[in-house]
Write a protein that binds this ligand. Sequence first.
Ligand SMILES: Nc1ncnc2c1ncn2[C@@H]1O[C@H](COP(=O)(O)OP(=O)(O)OP(=O)(O)O)[C@@H](O)[C@H]1O
Ligand SMILES: [Mg+2]
Length: 256
Amino acid sequence: MSEAVIQLVDVVKSFKSQVVLDRVNLEISTGRTTVIAGQSGQGKSVTLKLILGLMRPDSGQVLVNGRDISRMRKRQLDEVRTNFGVLFQGGALFDSLSVFENVALPLRERTKSSRQEIRERVMETLALFDLTGHEDKYPAQISGGMKKRVGLARALQLEPRIMLFDEPTTGLDPTKSMEIYQLFHRAQERFGYTSIIVSHDIPKIFNLADQVVILQDGRMHRFNNPEDIHWSDDPGIMDFVRLTMGQIYQSEQMER
Ligand SMILES: Nc1ncnc2c1ncn2[C@@H]1O[C@H](COP(=O)(O)OP(=O)(O)OP(=O)(O)O)[C@@H](O)[C@H]1O
Ligand SMILES: [Mg+2]
């Protein structure tokens, strides 16, 4: 087992009287893929925000590389955050910037790379994501799947050690979302980052995941194997399985 890059230890997070996370524990190993699933409103996005230090737990610890970020001041936190790349739901591209400019942006803003270096890096990443020839288009001129790929290309420019994806395939049809997950797999092999994916469609991504965590009623249920989810006797998990996992066996044919 490789080392834990992120650990939640007895984390409690509530909003007024609503307990969203109730003493949860989670361990995420370096270079592995963790999928966080669960029904709407169970605390998936809250978990990502705790990991990014955008929210603090009421009690418990959030460790990144062994250091508790829940007690850090802003400057230390900013430094820890340089480890993270984030791909939010919409991809969050800038509409007024071309594909090239969107991907180049982090390099321009956060590094001292020359124009030539930036051009080479960006074109290389665009090629990796099958976007060559589209660099001068604007977000409104490309498809939904291409936007996700541009978003991922941009998020990877600063070579984050940890990538967080919040519902990365929302709005894509099943074939396209499968392509995106395959792309994630290729990108992870190429860049070697630790990956945390929040997703509703666990059947489709099981083959990518080293562990699946299902959030239900404030608790985290950890599974190493999709079969185990089917055998769970927790009523909430059983509901979740009924609602979302009908196609799980189909997904096992997914190519890695
Ligand atoms: N800043 C906040 N203030 C108050 N309540 C909040 C806040 N952020 C989240 N919540 C509540 O915490 C619960 C979990 O929210 P969260 O966004 O993590 O859900 P989720 O699992 O990501 O759901 P979805 O699948 O719909 O995105 C919800 O009931 C939400 O209303
Ligand atoms: Mg959410």
